[in-house]
Design a protein around this ligand. Structure first.
Ligand code: APR
Ligand code: PHB
Length: 389
């Protein structure tokens, strides 16, 4: 089989790239190791930057997003029993849209399959060959049959645990990583959200986040020990701990209910450089990971996809390699700013065992400065709504 772009991974990065390429008649084949239902079963964050919304519009898959997404003009920061608001529109002129990233992936699957886009599910043993030449190919097995896909480009959209990043020789790769000594225990409940905007809370018992998917589907998180497992937490214990981490007025208003999903995610900051090796281009979680605090995972994958889509288009439509040659530097320039914001916001909002009394006072001073300074709030808002592509 032959195509123009072989896309490894059928998550949001791979699907968005495939859909955008198809709008310019550029062929691709998506190779996904799981099933569509498995991919859609993963619960992911729900805050979309305008840049991602624009790409979904460009890809022709933004109708449901605009119909069901919720515009958020700001967010709330709680600490020391008090709460203040960061007004995104006042500071940047832009809101964010709250719409489950799982729904983004669902919309992209629906569009690809309606268009007859080629997606191979349940593939195994994906191997990338000759990626450092101008005739790369991919081999894999499906239903026990060995397959070969010849292509012009390979997009490694296969996430942190995928095969693409590891195809780049270790002598070429430089990896940067920071792990955090805590996790996030998340609950999904069919209850009205405690507030109409998100609440990020720094309490002396640890971090909490109140988010949502719609008017009757709430998403809550509390910082937990890395040694915890979801089974260690009954729903009642979760709700009780969440209440203890919120200002009293919000704790009193919290409507609880049975969890329909409960999971723990570790936090990590990670970047691999370069994001290109020959005809292999890494996108999204295959190249970088952020702690979820700033909701930058998919939004940073989206800017990667934007740069790669632009470069591949330039190659086919103008015979110009400037876009693909500058891909890695352009993508990494924005990736590192998202990494910095996610790291900064995580440090601002979480409590860790190794924090000294001095560290805690510095954290408090940073929160007080953010509460009282327009410039600090503008800087936070500019990063949260998304830096330009
Ligand atoms: N072969 C084929 N497919 C693979 C392989 C492989 N060897 N390894 C992983 N995959 C698939 C996974 O099954 C998954 O569906 O690649 C996909 C990668 O998807 P994600 O991990 O969601 O990564 P990405 O598409 O970059 O999404 C980035 O989106 O949902 C948000 O916040 C989330 O940061 C994440 C962001
Ligand atoms: C979510 O709704 O899952 C969510 C929202 C904002 C974040 C992280 C997760 O920063």
């Amino acid at each position: 089989m032959r195509t123009q772009v072989a896309i490894i991974g059928g998550g949001p990065s791979g699907l968005l790239l495939a859909q955008l390429l198809s709008t310019r008649g550029i062929e691709s084949v998506v190779l996904e190791r799981k099933t569509r239902d498995y991919v859609l079963g993963r619960i992911r964050a729900g805050v979309l930057e305008q840049g991602l919304v624009g790409l979904m519009e460009q890809a022709g898959v933004a109708d449901r997003l605009h119909a069901e997404g919720i515009l958020h003009d700001g967010t709330l920061i709680a600490f020391a029993g008090q709460m203040f608001r960061i007004d995104f529109v006042e500071r940047t002129g832009k809101p964010v849209i709250v719409y489950g990233q799982t729904e983004v992936t669902r919309d992209l699957y629906d569009a690809r399959q309606a268009a007859g886009g080629q997606i191979e599910f349940n593939v195994e043993s994906v191997t990338l060959w000759d990626a450092d030449t101008d005739k790369p190919h991919v081999t894999y097995t499906k239903d026990g049959q060995s397959k070969r896909l010849d292509c012009d480009f390979i997009a490694g959209c296969d996430g942190f645990h995928g095969v693409s990043r590891k195809t780049i020789p270790e002598s070429v790769r430089h990896e940067y990583e920071k792990t955090y000594p805590f996790g996030w225990l998340g609950i999904l409940s069919e209850t009205p959200p405690v507030n109409d905007e998100l609440i990020y809370a720094n309490s002396d018992r640890g971090f909490a986040l109140c988010s949502m998917r719609n008017a009757n589907l709430s998403r809550y998180y509390i910082q937990c020990a890395l040694s915890d497992s979801p089974d260690d937490w009954t729903d009642a214990a979760f709700w009780d701990e969440l209440r203890r981490r919120l200002p009293q007025a919000q704790a009193d208003r919290l409507i609880t209910g049975p969890s329909i999903e409960k999971s723990i995610a570790p936090l990590r900051s990670f970047v691999t450089e370069p994001m290109r090796w020959g005809r292999l281009f890494l996108c999204g979680d295959a190249a970088h990971i952020v702690p979820p605090t700033g909701a930058k995972g998919l939004n940073t994958a989206a800017s990667d996809v934007h740069y790669l889509y632009s470069g591949v288009r330039q190659f086919y439509e103008a015979g110009d390699t400037e876009g693909i040659d500058s891909y890695s530097d352009r993508a990494l320039a924005r990736v590192w700013k998202a990494e910095r914001f996610s790291w900064w916001f995580s440090n601002l909002m979480h409590r860790t065992p190794d924090q000294s009394q001095f560290d805690l006072r510095i954290q408090r001073a940073e929160l007080e400065f953010l509460r009282g300074n327009a410039g600090a709030q503008a800087a936070m808002a500019i990063n949260y709504v998304g830096l330009p592509y």
